[in-house]
Design a protein around this ligand. Structure first.
Ligand SMILES: NC(=O)c1ccc[n+]([C@@H]2O[C@H](COP(=O)([O-])OP(=O)(O)OC[C@H]3O[C@@H](n4cnc5c(N)ncnc54)[C@H](O)[C@@H]3O)[C@@H](O)[C@H]2O)c1
Length: 427
């Protein structure tokens, strides 16, 4: 297959390596707003660098969108209109109108869009989902998720990121839905700023805690922070009437179990590339966190906790590879296997050989929860997700009517999808 990749930053460079190593990929085309970066990644991966327009003109069999978030919606719509199956990193956009409009284009064109929520391809989360579905925990009553970055992102990243809920916790909101099979109905969110001033200046927080209610009254908490020098920490605990399971608790979990008398649980993340199996991003090492993960020490250490759902002491998953014995350094290391698995599935989806495992509507669902968190934090009150969906639906209908009436200034988002795609798009 001939694959186009737009965006050659941290995650784009990683995907480039995965694609080039894939037996099904015959040619890789790489574009980036920064032409030098595209050339660098293309050279490293044996691909061909070219401008974005030339990439579309080359009509690749599939497109991977890993650019900065602000460019996602436009590229998704362009791919849909061109009939090119697309994979796009989360989020589709940092706002609901942008997300809904892009989805309307995709649905009007009947196009393929897979979203990059890679935790769905992690062996640990998959095992937890299977255990819940099989009823092994009994009645699920409490879920706890943790997403902690080892180091904060650069100041320039923060105002463009959408904030901690949309940029980072959105992964937790998606995986909560996916593992439990339930929708989030209500949130109560708080945030704190004790770190660098640029978070506050951007209207963002550096640490957050959310209390979520899911269908059936299931309770969950989700926490995130940009300041977790012990190491990158992404976990989930699921407690039920019959049993309790944990995802992400391995020999590399960056914590100290004080009862075991440990003076220090683990050495911190490696300072340099930890593995080498994966392609080093041009940004790795130079950039810090940003997507619930530090770039420090990113590399190719073998992936996440295995599908172990055994008893304590029964082996804590993999944690093998070059970084074994150290805390996870960041997302590229912790989720390397998951990123490779999601890309493999996408190539099959693009060929029509597999069902789409993570559709655009999943991104919308997770974003609605993140939006509810922002409102909750700002207004210091519990917020129903339906309240956000209804408001977005109302705005979408008004926008569609204005467009249908030919009102000036409303031609931007609809494209040939027209208003019908918007009505009911937020459901
Ligand atoms: N799924 C995950 O775990 C995960 C991890 C990291 C990043 N992400 C997402 O991936 C995206 C990229 O993140 P990153 O950390 O690689 O960022 P980055 O800043 O390292 O790279 C972004 C790249 O996009 C390029 N770019 C910006 N606008 C463009 C445009 N209009 N056309 C072409 N190229 C453009 C930039 O020049 C840069 O090279 C973000 O949306 C982020 O949320 C997801």
């Amino acid at each position: 297959m001939r694959i186009g990749l737009i965006g050659a930053g941290r995650i784009g460079a990683f995907h480039a390596g995965t694609l080039r190593a894939h037996a099904g990929v015959g040619e890789l085309l790489v574009a980036d707003a920064d032409a030098a970066r595209a050339r660098q990644v293309a050279a490293r991966c044996g691909g061909r660098a070219l401008p974005v327009d030339a990439l579309f003109a080359a009509r690749p069999d599939a497109l991977v969108i890993a650019s900065a978030t602000a460019a996602h919606a436009g590229l998704i719509a362009r791919a849909a209109r061109a009939g090119i199956p697309a994979f796009c990193e989360k989020p589709i956009a940092v706002d609901l109108p942008g997300t809904v409009a892009a989805l309307a284009e995709v649905e009007a064109a009947g196009a393929v869009l897979q979203i990059g929520f890679q935790r769905r391809f992690d062996a640990g989360y998959a095992a937890a989902r299977a255990a819940v579905a099989a009823g092994r925990l009994g009645r699920l009553h409490t879920v706890r998720t943790v997403s902690s970055d080892a180091v904060p992102p650069p100041a320039a990243y923060v105002p463009l990121s959408g904030g901690l809920y949309r940029d980072c916790l959105i992964h937790d909101f998606d995986i909560l839905r996916w593992v439990t099979g339930r929708e989030v109905t209500e949130v109560y969110a708080a945030g704190a700023n004790a770190g660098a001033d640029f978070f506050l200046a951007a209207g963002d927080v550096d640490t957050a805690a959310v209390l979520l209610t899911l269908e059936g009254g299931l309770l969950a908490t989700a926490t995130a922070t940009r300041y977790h020098a012990a190491g990158y920490d992404v976990r989930m605990e699921l407690a039920g009437s019959e049993d309790q399971f944990a995802v992400g608790v391995t020999e590399r979990t960056p914590w100290t179990a004080v009862e075991q008398g440990a003076a220090r649980g683990l050495p911190g993340p490696a300072a340099g590339p930890a593995g080498g199996a994966g392609p080093a991003s041009p940004a790795v090492g130079a950039e810090a966190a940003g997507d619930a993960g530090a770039g420090r020490g990113a590399g190719g250490a073998e992936g996440p906790a295995g599908a172990d759902v055994g008893r304590p002491g029964g082996g804590a998953g993999s944690g093998t590879g070059a970084g074994a014995g150290r805390a996870w350094s960041g997302f590229l290391e912790r989720f390397g296997s998951a990123y490779r698995a999601e890309m493999d599935v996408f190539l099959r989806v693009a060929r029509g050989a597999a069902a789409n495992p993570c559709e655009g509507r999943d991104a919308l669902r997770a974003l609605l929860v993140a939006e509810a968190c922002e409102v909750s934090r700002r207004e210091r009150r519990p917020v129903r997700v339906a309240e956000i969906a209804e408001a977005a639906h109302g705005a979408g209908v008004a926008q569609a009517r204005a467009r249908a009436a030919g009102a000036p200034g409303h031609g931007g988002h609809g494209g040939r999808g027209g208003p019908h795609g918007h009505e009911g798009a937020v459901a």
